[in-house]
Design a protein around this ligand. Structure first.
Ligand code: HEM
Length: 480
């Protein structure tokens, strides 16, 4: 006789509508962590008949998303962000299938390994030196400078485009589009994701401002795809295109419509997924340094001892800087850039530890819980890079890079790029700047570490002071 399995435990909600009222619309990972504390590392809920499975530990994530990747590598149809705005054609929302595999291959060839990334180290170093100069000139615009640098690195790699010093149109466009991506794909953000039939409601109907928003956001995305692509084509026609992801793929032959589509959207995928995520991580680095001056001093002492004060650090120094390396890991653990990952969809029915996971179930991974799990990390809310340095009394704690990029076949393809960008930003900044808390009217303002809501989550804006460490630092920033 066939055994009947039940869904994993979780809040049951109301008849018919299920947990519609329990579903958090803000900082959902906090509610999901509370559910996991009550119900366990795999729990579930049902919203309007749609089962949602929430993974709350690394073990369950690896068991399902990695070891059973043939079942769990699809993305759900996302009505607002995917269908109406159009993000479904970028890698992050592509359904599992041939186009997905082609895009992954293109990504892999260009930035898919540490060694492939090396070709972009000079670009990363050059753009980070420019970042130091901008911060020195206008430290109050820190966040703007971080965004410009992330955009500059990715645009060089994706389209061979060198950003303008002020008001760069592509950086501004990427900022708008990625913010709209985050809002339009956040779980629970729009009713149409729960009731897809709403997309047939005419646009003139009352209460359909969201529909007009979708049209406006689709126009932004279209510009993001077309404009940098046309820039490369124009440069190639005039023989002035530098090597980039797009120019390399456009090079060889007459392209079919499908090939052209793949190139356009895969390079836009790189550029749209790569900028906002890096901004969040680098901004979190500054927050951690303002909050933890002893960590900052220890990292600076290591850099001074290994690199000295006569030059800026480079990627070549990384292996001699174990504490800075640990600090990079700790930023990725402490601040969740993608607290609930990116949703998956079960491609067929499955049973895990006696629980039913129905075909079509949505799967969420609470990455924030995994990287703040007290079973893996001692005192998890404290920023402490030493946790990753083994001593004779205790082994190093788990590398968060095993978790923060997601799992299995859809693991973040930009992880080596993100890791490199964070390292070079942190090490060059620490070499020449001190980061400290603001003092206003004699009172020290202690920043708070809070995450914004959205698929890509940023530290909530905070004040801090960034000042050069010495005259020599100023000289280095200007001359290197
Ligand atoms: C600190 C920075 C970053 C973090 C924490 C991060 C994290 C993630 C996570 C958790 C996923 C979902 C994986 C899954 O479903 O299991 C993802 C997907 C993705 N990431 Fe990243 N990412 C970062 C930076 C980047 C960068 C720099 C790029 C591009 C250059 C990038 C490109 C992508 C793309 C295209 C996907 C979708 C992959 C797919 O659906 O197959 N990411 N990332």
């Amino acid at each position: 006789q066939q055994q009947v399995h039940a869904l994993p435990p979780g809040p049951k909600g109301l008849p018919l509508v299920g947990s519609v009222l329990d579903m958090p619309s803000e900082q959902e990972w906090i509610t999901f962590s509370k559910w996991a504390d009550t119900w366990g590392d795999i729990c579930s809920t049902t919203v309007l008949g749609q089962p949602i499975i929430i993974i709350g530990s690394a073990k369950v994530a690896v068991d399902l998303l990695d070891k059973r990747s043939a079942i769990y590598s699809d993305r759900p149809v996302c009505m607002m962000g995917g269908e109406l705005v159009g993000w479904k054609n970028t890698l992050v929302l592509l359904p599992y299938g041939d186009r997905f595999r082609r895009f992954r291959r293109l990504f892999h060839n260009i930035i898919g390994s540490r060694s492939a990334m090396k070709q972009f180290f000079p670009v990363e170093e050059l753009e980070t030196r420019r970042f130091l100069r901008r911060v020195l000139a206008k430290p109050g615009d820190l966040r703007k400078h971080i965004r410009k640098t992330a955009g500059a690195v990715i645009l060089r790699i994706s389209h061979g485009y060198e950003v303008k010093e002020t008001n760069d149109p592509f950086v501004d466009l990427a900022e708008q589009a990625t913010e709209q991506f985050s809002l339009s794909t956040a779980p629970g953000g729009f009713m149409v994701d729960m009731i897809p039939a709403l997309c047939h409601v005419p646009k003139w109907f009352p209460f359909t401002a969201w529909r007009r928003k979708a049209d406006a956001w689709a126009a932004t995305l279209n510009q993001l795809v077309e404009q940098p692509y046309n820039f490369v084509k124009h440069q190639m026609a005039t023989g002035t295109a530098p090597i980039s992801f797009t120019s390399t793929l456009l090079e060889p032959k007459q392209l079919t419509e499908e090939e052209e589509f793949d190139i356009k959207w895969s390079s836009a995928s790189l550029y749209s997924a790569g900028s906002d995520t890096t901004v969040s991580a680098v901004y979190a680095f500054f927050l951690a340094m303002a909050l933890y001056p002893a960590v900052q001093a220890k990292a600076q002492a290591e850099i001074d001892a290994v690199v000295g004060n006569d030059r800026l650090p480079t990627f070549a120094d990384r292996e001699d800087l174990p504490y800075v390396d640990a600090l990079v890991k700790e930023v990725l653990r402490w601040h969740s850039v993608t607290p609930t990952g990116v949703m998956r969809r079960a491609m067929r029915e499955d049973v895990y530890e006696g629980y039913l996971i129905p075909k079509g179930a949505l799967i969420l991974t609470n990455i924030h819980r995994i990287t703040h799990d007290a079973r893996t990390y001692a005192d998890p809310t404290t920023f402490n890079p030493d946790r990753f340095i083994a001593t004779k009394d205790k082994p190093a704690e788990a590398d968060p890079r095993n978790f923060c990029w997601g799992f299995g076949r859809r693991i973040c393809p930009g992880m080596h790029l993100a890791d490199a960008s964070l390292f070079i930003s942190a090490v060059m900044t620490l070499a020449v700047f001190d980061i400290s808390k603001c003092v206003e009217n004699g009172k020290v303002i202690v920043p708070v570490h809070e995450n914004t809501t959205g698929t890509i989550s940023h530290p909530v804006s905070f004040p801090c002071v960034v000042s050069p460490r010495s005259e020599k630092s100023i000289h280095l920033i200007h001359t290197e």
